[in-house]
Design a protein around this ligand. Structure first.
Ligand SMILES: *[C@@H]1O[C@H](CO)[C@@H](O)[C@H](O)[C@H]1NC(C)=O
Ligand SMILES: *[C@@H]1O[C@H](CO)[C@@H](O)[C@H](O)[C@H]1NC(C)=O
Length: 596
């Protein structure tokens, strides 16, 4: 995934082409959504039919009226079921047996504790930062870093619904209807990626769950804003939308170099928007980008993987030496199996399945390593690889980021969808690798970035103290207090990230093994305790610190409420609450209904 916070070294160049707009852009009309089967969720029975708040204003600027300098031409329809569609995808979730009264009581207690923590956070946001993008959890103020459209509120809508907090949900929906105006922005440069995953993803999932018409209306308003990102000569999206120029319809200038996750993480949201509205333009825009990635996938220095940086301006996703599934690239990969699930049943489903298999195999060979651990645990972690030139050996850098911790869940999900049991096993080892990074630390929280000594073989790896001492001697970032096995905690923060608990959640749902609930509880206790502030929860500066209170930062990312606490809650919920057979999660943990 991605993200300025998650994505370093992002190329920030944006130039605006100054051409007169001559193109005539015809907006196709959208039809009303088909009713979706209502979710059978234990909290959500016996509710009144959805109603909009009394006065919902329309946005001051209607993005659907923009006359494009670069119109798209023929629109590709949404893929349909046909005789060449592959067979239905198999079931993802384990068939859970009824739990005992004692198990149920313990699980419910734990779930209530997660919910209480969420409510404390929500109350603080409501009283101290209502309508702001982020709550400052130590000083109690607010900050707008994502255009000022109430990022934390929109991001948390579906969590409120899932936790059964209906009054809070209604109040938040009323706020969206009244005050969220996509016609103005606190920043002149709107981040396409963040706007898509947090805001559009948040609105779509909240709509899929609640069916409130105003949420779909806002999603369409925002979809039309994001659609102007494709008003470029080659129809590839800009990374940042120049808010003023975009309204004129003049073409935008595509950046020379961007992180691959950025253009690669539009497909799920835009496809779901097209599915719900019946308007194929959004799907069409994203599908053209994915065509480019599909064409280049086997042409790179590590066939199956794409380089960390790509050029949308030159339509080059092939040239580049560095490969990772962590920050900068992550959700490009994450979305491939999920697109197969979202497009089921159609021939496109098979194309995304093939792209998924190619990346899973390539990442397994090039990026996954078994770390040498004092207890000899058989775990896997994901590193970074580089290749100098065609035919040169692949060099693995055993540096692992918390951002890569989603990959265990991705292997497990893909392993189920595409009937590859070995991938479920890889997913379990990768997930346990990330859980290890939490358990090993004195605070019980995993660092943002760390190094280990890789084993020469995945099957045989006994502890060798000399090798470890040599490994840490090579690392200037070594510091006293690191547990054995680690050679650095290069970035020792825990910034409330979700990826490790995300994979624990997926593995729990896929395998049904109780041990994942136990891991989740350990992680929750450590995180809730170590990040707590008077008002809410804050990023922690050093998870290797001994002695409380831990140094903290006055910042709480919206993904804490949107993702981290949602996944903790779902691990302790009945497995049919947001079943992986009915939903796929976007990279901000927003569940979209699978139409298949
Ligand atoms: C890429 O290579 C993989 C593995 O050899 C193959 O299965 C896949 O079909 C190839 N993809 C394309 C688009 O040619
Ligand atoms: C919780 O935090 C307190 C200090 O805030 C610390 O003393 C204690 O050890 C922590 N407990 C756990 C289980 O991490």
């Amino acid at each position: 995934m991605y993200r300025p916070q998650r994505t370093r070294n992002r190329n920030l160049l944006l130039a605006v082409a100054i051409f007169l707009s001559v193109a005539y852009y015809l907006r196709s009309s959208w039809s009303a959504p088909q009713p979706l089967e209502s979710a059978v969720l234990e909290h959500h029975m016996n509710h009144d039919p959805p109603a909009d708040p009394p006065s919902s204003k329309t946005a001051r600027f209607d993005w659907s009226t923009v006359q494009f300098e670069h119109p798209p031409g023929p629109i590709r329809p949404l893929p349909k079921s046909s005789s060449s569609s592959p067979p239905p995808l198999p079931r993802v979730q384990h068939v859970f047996k009824p739990e005992s009264a004692a198990q149920s009581a313990l699980r419910t207690l734990r779930r209530d504790e997660v919910r209480s923590l969420f409510r404390k956070n929500w109350a603080a946001y409501r009283t101290r930062a209502w309508g702001r993008d982020a709550l400052l959890p130590i000083s109690g103020g607010g900050r707008d870093q994502f255009s000022g459209w109430a990022a934390t509120l929109v991001d948390a809508l579906d969590t409120l619904w899932i936790m059964g907090l209906r009054d809070e949900f209604d109040e938040a929906v009323a706020y969206v209807a009244e005050h969220v105006d996509f016609g103005k922005s606190t920043s002149d440069r709107v981040n396409t990626f963040e706007t898509n995953i947090r805001y559009l993803g948040g609105l779509l999932a909240a709509y899929d769950l609640s069916r409130r018409p105003v949420l779909l209306r806002k999603a369409v308003e925002l979809g039309d804003l994001l659609y102007v990102a494709f008003n470029t000569p080659n129809r590839m999206p800009v990374d940042f939308i120049d808010f003023v120029a975009a309204k004129t319809g003049r073409g935008l200038m595509v950046e020379e170099s961007v992180v691959s996750a950025s253009p690669g993480t539009l497909s799920l949201e835009l496809t779901r928007l097209s599915q719900i509205t019946g308007d194929a333009r959004y799907y069409d825009a994203a599908a053209r980008v994915m065509d480019l990635f599909a064409r280049g996938q086997n042409e790179t220095l590590i066939p199956g993987l794409w380089p960390m940086f790509v050029s949308m301006r030159r339509m080059d996703v092939v040239t580049g030496n560095t490969f990772t599934v962590a920050g900068c690239a992550d959700s490009l990969y994450e979305y491939l199996p999920k697109m197969a699930a979202l497009l089921e049943p159609s021939p496109e489903q098979a194309r995304y399945a093939a792209m998924s298999r190619a990346f899973l195999d390539a990442a397994d060979t090039a990026l996954l390593y078994r770390p040498m651990l004092p207890g000899g645990e058989d775990l896997l972690m994901a590193g970074t690889a580089s290749v100098n030139a065609a035919g040169a050996p692949v060099v693995l850098d055993p540096e692992t980021e918390h951002l890569s911790c989603f990959i265990g869940g991705a292997y497990a999900l893909a392993g189920k969808l595409f009937r590859r049991p070995r991938d479920v096993e890889l997913g379990a080892k990768l997930t346990r690798g990330c859980v290890y990074s939490y358990r090993a630390m004195p605070t019980g929280m995993g660092p943002e970035r760390w190094n280990m000594v890789p084993c020469a073989s995945r099957t045989q790896c006994s502890w060798d103290e000399e090798r470890w001492l040599a490994g840490k001697a090579e690392r200037p970032e070594w510091k006293e207090g690191l547990p054995k096995g680690f050679t650095t905690a290069k970035d020792p923060r825990y910034i409330l990230r979700p990826e490790a608990i995300e994979s624990v959640f997926v593995l729990y749902r896929v395998t049904g093994r109780y041990e994942y609930q136990q891991m989740a509880w350990e992680m929750f206790k450590a995180v809730a305790n170590g990040t707590a502030t008077e008002f809410a929860n804050a990023a922690v500066m050093d998870v290797t610190a001994r002695g409380y209170p831990l140094p903290q930062e006055d910042y709480m990312e919206s993904f804490w409420l949107a993702e981290t606490l949602k996944y903790f809650y779902l691990v302790f919920s009945p497995p049919d609450l947001i079943s992986l057979d009915d939903y796929i999660f976007n990279t901000e943990a927003h569940p979209f209904r699978r139409p298949g």
